[in-house]
Design a protein around this ligand. Structure first.
Ligand code: FDP
Length: 337
């Protein structure tokens, strides 16, 4: 392949299909469908500033149509694209209480389910901060002749077949992995295509940043407070956008550590295991990083019990995660915690 030539997301996905001897093209099509949905969401997100001209979400616009909240819009678009594709038998979204089984198309039963957070960080959108879509794809476990079941979604992160995110930022970038490295594609608006821009992404072994909502400092457990003091003593720079996709995107490229520990308000952490933590843990591990909970368990090994289960997370550069793990173990032993 000529490496100077532009490689579109579609071309790349198709070229990778042959890496999987068992591939039938369904996963390829699913990833392309997610790319299409992302372009549609991107179009709306980039018009978000116009909401004040066109009407405020939740009210009618000048034409008398309801203006939807962007997270609701993104959710509907993803569900529509995936349902119409016929390549997945159901989805679970952070926006919906239950999973949504899809009817079989032309009596063909699809073998994948998709889990997603349609617009993560959406509380930032009206102030122009980057937000993103996070997704994970699992092979179904239930009988393929019937509708999908809850157990198809309650799988460990280790069982992910593919995962990724799309960041709607200064540029729109899709980063995904099928378990063979991580690649990033930047949307070229002039041709409307995601083009390969970041090949085989590797997270730096260490970075200069730590990322945590330090406003909750007093609500963290004592060993976490001490670890944060340690980061500050090391003169690490604090960066916290409050939009997980943006914070992880920076961590992936620049290195560093991102933490969302338990607080008094969120005793199990705030972020969702299935929709946020697992796909990001899968990607970061594929890029050579690590992801654990504040109980020091590997995120991908946590056995999910419910769709909207929350989890703590510490994710990022491998040496920094190992150091944090050792720090907490040492501190707990010394203080008898
Ligand atoms: P948001 O509430 O804006 O949707 O899980 C959602 C999330 O954002 C993450 O994107 C972000 O990392 C986190 O919550 C921010 O939470 P805090 O405001 O508690 O720091």
């Amino acid at each position: 392949m000529d490496t100077n030539r532009i490689i579109t997301l579609d071309e790349f996905i198709i070229s990778r299909q042959k890496d999987f001897s068992y591939a039938t093209g369904e996963l390829t099509d699913l990833l392309r469908d997610i790319g299409v949905a992302a372009k549609i969401v991107n179009r709306e997100v980039s018009r978000a500033g116009l909401v004040s001209i066109l009407g405020v979400a939740g009210q009618e616009n000048h034409s008398g149509d309801d203006v939807q909240k962007l997270d609701v819009y993104a959710n509907e678009k993803l569900i529509d694209c995936l349902k119409n594709s016929g390549e997945c038998c159901g989805v679970a979204s952070e926006e919906n209480t239950d999973f949504i089984p899809f009817p079989t198309i032309e009596s063909k039963s699809a073998k994948y389910v998709v889990i997603f957070d349609p617009l993560d960080g959406s509380s930032n959108i009206d102030v122009n901060v980057s937000v993103g879509t996070i997704f994970g794809i699992y092979r179904r476990k239930s009988d393929p002749t019937g509708p999908c079941e809850l157990g198809d979604f309650l799988q460990k992160g280790l069982d992910l077949v593919a995962a990724g995110y799309v960041i709607y930022g200064t540029s729109t970038i899709m980063v995904y992995s099928t378990g063979r490295g991580v690649n990033g594609f930047t949307l070229d608006p002039s041709i409307g295509e995601f083009c390969l821009s970041h090949r085989d992404i590797q997270i730096p072994a260490r970075g200069r940043y730590y990322s945590v909502n330090q406003g909750y400092y007093l609500k963290f457990d004592v060993e976490m407070r001490r670890y944060i003091d340690y980061c500050s003593d090391l003169n690490l720079r604090l960066r916290y956008i409050g939009s997980m996709v943006s914070d992880i995107h920076r961590t992936l490229f620049k290195g560093g550590i991102f933490l969302y520990p338990n607080t008094r308000k969120y005793p199990n952490g705030k972020l969702r295991l299935l929709y946020e933590c697992n796909p990001m843990a899968f990607l970061v591990e594929q890029a050579g990083g690590k992801a654990i909970t504040t109980q020091l368990e590997r995120v991908l090994e946590v056995d999910p019990k419910e769709l909207h289960q929350r989890s703590t997370i510490v994710i990022g550069s491998p040496e920094m995660i190992e150091e944090m793990q050792e720090f907490v173990q040492r501190y707990s032993a010394v203080s008898g915690l």
